[in-house]
Design a protein around this ligand. Structure first.
Ligand code: UGA
Length: 433
């Protein structure tokens, strides 16, 4: 059992804290936001993540997980401090490591016994080394504090499983003994650990997200070619994915990636490369292709509805950037709705959990928490998130509610053949007409 403090109760901090508590450690999650901490203390989790509220409540009740708005007290009572502070982009595109360094300096200022500081936030290469120098300056007395890099690879919507079943745990350290101590924290998970230097660990995180973004943009471009030559992206993806060197995952073509990670991290890595005078061409192309994919899809809606959207009613199903989350940050749906709206369409949108978050991005669009209200009177359905609720729609009812049975599926929520057999005109990305 290790006493752990987690600084920052966003996705990464909260999920990691709850999972470490579940593994038997004594965890305190700290955040400056007192309102958030107050809610967490009563068992209210501020994000939608399947299973997280139950995990938080169970571990809080068992006395293994608590919440603090005072980082000083959290740090003082811990041997390991995990930093999971957000690293948003600055206006000039650089990564804002300011809040992270502030948190590190504050923790160091309250450190009187030896500790291990682990940076989980996604940060530019060299951040852990800089944090180490900062710690040395901020310590009130000379005790040993190791600063290690420990990037996080969990996905929203499956964050708990991704933590317990991580493909690998990456630990970047200067002193192997510090690395081993951090590995001990994760031992109950029984996952493979990769020890490396701090710079490599920091780059692994960006490179992993960049590779996945490239993989998605690549398959989307192949899908675009499929449409031109009459091939089927489902077969092509299966055929290439069967090669173990390529692998079957992340080959779902559609309207591209969104969320709080890929868009931010790809742009950050481009900026980081630019700052060291390197032109990361493949990544730049992947980012461009991803933006174009949204525009291409909105154009396909316009084409399918006869070349003009003026006066047409379009039901957009899905606002979240992917299913099982209420996160709409950089969601393809938001851009696509804006494009359709600008082309003159009367857009009504549905999402089972994300309408509250989407409202401020889409003040002029009517949003629904249930699908049929959005579908009533629609000239076309546009699927932007593959929610199970979308696949489970009563299609006879859908057909009766629409002026014509037209579906443009940006996420392959439906089986094209089944939809066509039921009398729908089905348009998919990379699927022959
Ligand atoms: C992503 C990574 O998958 C995590 O490993 C990483 O830890 C995380 O970013 C992060 O840096 O914090 P996440 O953004 O939660 O996780 O979501 P993903 O499941 O990776 O999906 C991202 C986007 O790609 C979604 O919009 C999804 O619809 C899209 N996608 C994914 C595709 O368009 N096609 C695919 O084949 C797969």
């Amino acid at each position: 059992m290790v006493n752990v403090a987690v600084i920052g109760t966003g996705y990464v901090g909260l999920v990691t804290g709850a999972c470490l508590a579940e593994a038997g450690h004594r965890v305190v999650c700290a955040d400056r936001d007192e309102v958030k901490i107050g809610r967490l203390r009563t068992g209210v989790v501020p994000i939608y993540e399947p299973g997280l509220e139950e995990l938080v409540r169970a571990n809080a009740e068992a006395g293994r997980l608590r919440f603090a708005s005072d980082a000083a007290e959290a740090v003082a009572s811990s041997d390991v401090v995990l930093f999971a502070v957000g690293t948003p982009p600055l206006a000039n595109g650089d990564v804002d490591t300011g809040p992270l360094f502030e948190a590190v300096a504050e923790a160091a200022a309250h450190t009187r016994t030896p500790k291990l500081f682990a940076i989980k936030s996604t940060v530019p290469v060299g951040t852990a080394r800089k944090a180490e120098r900062l710690v040395a300056r901020a310590l009130p007395r000379p005790v040993k504090v190791d600063v290690v890099s420990n990037p996080e690879f969990l996905r929203e919507g499956s964050a708990i499983r991704d933590t317990f079943e991580a493909d690998r745990i990456v630990i970047g350290c200067a002193d192997p003994e510090a690395g081993e101590r951090l590995a001990g924290l994760y031992e109950p998970f029984g996952r493979p650990v990769q020890m490396t230097d701090r710079e490599s660990a920091e780059l692994i995180k960006y490179a992993a997200n960049a590779f996945l973004a490239v993989k998605i943009s690549f398959i989307n471009e192949v899908a675009n070619v499929c449409e031109k030559v009459g091939a089927d992206i489902r077969s092509v993806a299966r055929g290439i994915g069967a090669d173990r060197r390529i692998g079957p995952h992340f080959l779902n073509a559609g309207i591209g990636y969104g969320g709080s990670c890929f868009p931010k991290d790809t742009k950050a890595q481009l900026r980081i490369a630019e700052n060291v005078e390197y032109d990361f061409q493949i990544l730049r192309a992947a980012v461009h292709v991803n933006a174009m994919q949204r525009i291409r899809f909105a154009n396909a809606v316009e084409r399918t509805l006869g070349g003009s959207l003026a006066g047409k009613r379009v039901a957009v199903l899905g606002l979240a950037f992917k299913p099982h989350t209420d996160d709409v940050r950089d969601a393809p749906a938001i851009d696509i709705i804006r494009l359709l709206h600008d082309k003159g369409a009367d857009v009504r949108a549905y999402d089972p959990v994300a309408t509250a978050n989407a409202r401020r991005h889409l003040p002029d669009v009517e949003l629904f928490d249930e699908p049929y209200g959005a579908i009533a009177g629609a000239d076309a359905i546009v699927v932007t998130t593959e929610w199970p609720q979308v696949a489970a729609l009563d299609l006879d009812r859908v057909k009766r509610l629409m002026t014509a049975p037209v579906v443009l599926d940006g996420r392959r929520a439906f089986e094209p053949e089944a939809m066509r057999a039921r009398g729908f005109r089905y348009v998919g990305v990379g699927i022959p007409a």
